[in-house]
Design a protein around this ligand. Sequence first.
Ligand SMILES: [Zn+2]
Length: 314
Amino acid sequence: MGFWLPGCAANEAVSNISGAAIAETTESATSTTAKASGKKKVLTTFSVLADIAQNVAGEALDVESITRIGAEIHGYEPTPSDIVKAQDADLILYNGMNLERWFEQFLGNVQDAPSALLTEGIEPIPIAAGPYANKPNPHAWMSPRNALVYVENIRKAFVSLDPDNTDIYNANAKAYGEQLKAIDDELAADLAQVPDNQRFLVSCEGAFSYLARDYGMKEIYMWPINAEQQFTPKQVQRVIEQVKTNDVPTIFCESTVSDEGQKQVARTTGARFGGNLYVDSLSTEEGPVPTFLDLLEYDARIISNGLLAGSNAQ
Ligand SMILES: [Zn+2]
């Protein structure tokens, strides 16, 4: 397979692959996991969706994420082997709302794999500023209330993919939905401890719009969306001013981007750097958030502890 060059990851390379080459490679790859288990194979664009989908699927389907743990998902560049994998999938689940800017072209390179949009039915919050202003903020899963919509969309997609196991998907979706509702209550209780005048969530990416809306917090961020992932002096300065103006005790960044700019804000303002939150990826099994439910609980704890510790110290 001389043409599957390692590291040949550019979009250009992907779109130049001929249909014939894909068909030939797919043929030779059919002996892999999905065929071996006899289960239908579901691909998702990133790890958070894979975990939610796996909870709905239980043992009935094989679920896998295209992007790996810790990957930057907005500007991901699919590899030829991702396309081969997708050719073999029975269903591809994606977030939409411009999260996966690579996905449309990717899907154009994959024949015959049906896909399901998981934010269908969610009211988007527009991005406030920057090159993507007024487009939907894609991070809808960060609110457990929205996550219930994802679960329902996944359930529907699985039922139409594999009607024989409808009872399994219905039962799993119900049980997982109940866990999400319990976390919703927990988050509300956790974040309610933070005094009104301290309820500022300062992050690197503006990924918390839905969470902030649902739990009565105000957002301050370095950049609206992980477009360039590079902080500019102007962005740092703007956050510094807002942190000072609002006397914000603790600030945060996220696991998939550099926290250097935010640490600079902390040094300049005297605010504490409260750590990295998880948004666009789960952690590995050994890390703090191997599941989506862990992610929601972890972030709520880091945010509420950070803000409370900061305010007590003053
Ligand atoms: Zn993001």
